[in-house]
Design a protein around this ligand. Structure first.
Ligand code: CMC
Length: 382
């Protein structure tokens, strides 16, 4: 009998490829996109420039960025059949299911759909970055009874997103905050959704199929769905003074606290640190709901860090603080995970394009631990 191989459950600790797109340093709590630290990018760059950076692995010149922004703006409008599906489903279906179906449908009207050369995949990436934001905004707008608001090509990507979502020109401050949220979520190495997109692409399927796979993977509460789950928990807690009792009971009952813990970070997630700064500003918010959620989030974070942060390496991740920030921007909970997808799409596309340059079918092994040569008993004798 051959010895059982060592099995890496959840592929933990397994390297499957090389890439210069993203470095997650989970020991020191550092994150870099193409060599630039996340703090540098959050302080100086913006989501559109970061999309260019991830797809090209270098920052654009002013004229390159201008052309890139115009390309994004020109691709925003959605095909009629996609708008119809959103109008039919947005009020009655899970928003990630709407997004997954709408992205799949985009392939039917994309003239490059069947062309998987790199220039074609780059063009499709720009369309997907642009149109996924429109799908998410349209879903929110239709659900709120405003219908499909056509994009405004004179606006930047995030300003237009908020415009399509709310039907009115957003405040500059809101655009800036949401831009930072998009930038912080844009890329994260071989996370589950990026990996599933690469697995699909590695069969030489196509970009829309790969991104559809990634969206399905992002949906789960262990991944992109954690931000919704964290806000739901804050709502259940209700008041800041109930936080300690709630968290203590949850931990005693071995319940996971969503928005904490990470496969790679064994210290504070640097993205969470940046979002926490915004929360500290929101403590003084005039809106009672936002102030309340913010104080619950900060109380929960303090307790968790004291109780299991240092001892168990379970720290806040990017999803923990998003809820109060999005609530302050007037964004409903059901759009949190779709917004994560609209933010992560440049990372998905960049990795898919890069992996295809030296493609190798991804096909791991599983160790068979069943019996062999079982006797087949006819159905009437079982
Ligand atoms: N609250 C309480 N305990 C936790 C938590 C948590 N959030 N996360 C992990 N643990 C415990 C877990 O119960 C286990 O304990 P024990 O060894 O006693 O059974 C131990 O820590 C290891 O957990 P694991 O789930 O086996 O470890 P993992 O590397 O597979 O987990 C994780 C990573 C993100 C799935 C997990 O930390 C988790 O479920 N967190 C909550 C969901 C979440 O916030 N997900 C978003 C991740 S970051 C954004 C993204 O990439 O999408």
């Amino acid at each position: 009998m051959v010895d059982a191989p060592e099995i890496k459950h959840g592929l933990e600790g397994v390297y499957f490829t090389e890439s210069g797109i993203c470095k997650v340093d989970g020991i020191n709590g550092r994150l870099y996109y193409c060599g630039y630290s996340i703090e540098t990018l959050a302080g100086n760059s913006n989501f559109e420039e970061v999309c260019y950076l991830l797809l090209n692995e270098r920052l654009p010149s002013a004229s390159e960025l201008s052309v890139f922004r115009k390309s994004l703006a020109s691709e925003r409008d959605l095909p009629d059949e996609v708008v119809m599906v959103i109008e039919k489903l947005a009020k009655s279906s899970d928003e990630m299911d709407v997004l997954r179906s709408a992205v799949s449908m985009l392939a039917f009207s994309d003239k490059d759909a069947a062309d998987d050369t790199e220039p074609s995949n780059m063009r499709k990436s720009i369309r997907l970055i642009s149109k996924i934001a429109s799908i998410v905004a349209a879903t929110g707008s239709v659900r709120a009874g405003r219908g499909y608001v056509r994009p405004d090509p004179s606006m930047g990507h995030i300003e237009n997103f908020l415009y399509m979502l709310n039907g009115s020109k957003p405040k500059d401050e809101h655009v800036k905050i949401l831009d930072t949220m998009f930038l912080l979520h844009a890329e994260h190495s071989s996370n589950a959704s990026t990996f599933s997109g690469i697995v699909t692409a590695s069969t030489l399927s196509d970009m829309h199929s790969a991104v559809t796979s990634a969206i399905g993977t992002l949906k789960g509460p262990l991944h992109g769905g954690a931000d919704e789950a964290a806000l739901q928990m804050m709502r259940e807690i209700g008041r800041p003074e109930h936080t300690v009792k709630y968290i203590e009971e949850a931990l005693a009952g071995k319940k996971k606290i969503m928005g904490f813990g990470h496969r790679v970070y064994k210290t504070y997630d640097p993205r969470a640190r940046i979002i926490k700064k915004r929360l500290e500003e929101l403590q003084g918010s005039a809106d009672e709901e936002v102030r309340n959620l913010t104080n619950i989030a900060l109380a929960a974070e303090k307790l968790m860090v004291d109780r299991i942060g240092k001892s168990h390496g379970i720290w806040p991740n990017v999803d923990f603080f998003s809820g109060p920030v999005y609530t302050d921007l007037g964004i409903d909970i059901y759009l949190f995970t779709p917004i994560f997808a609209a933010s992560r799409i440049p990372g998905w596309c960049a990795h898919i394009i890069q992996y295809l340059r030296e493609n190798k079918l991804i096909r791991p092994l599983e160790y068979y631990n069943g019996t062999l040569d079982r006797e087949y008993v006819p159905i009437d004798k079982r």
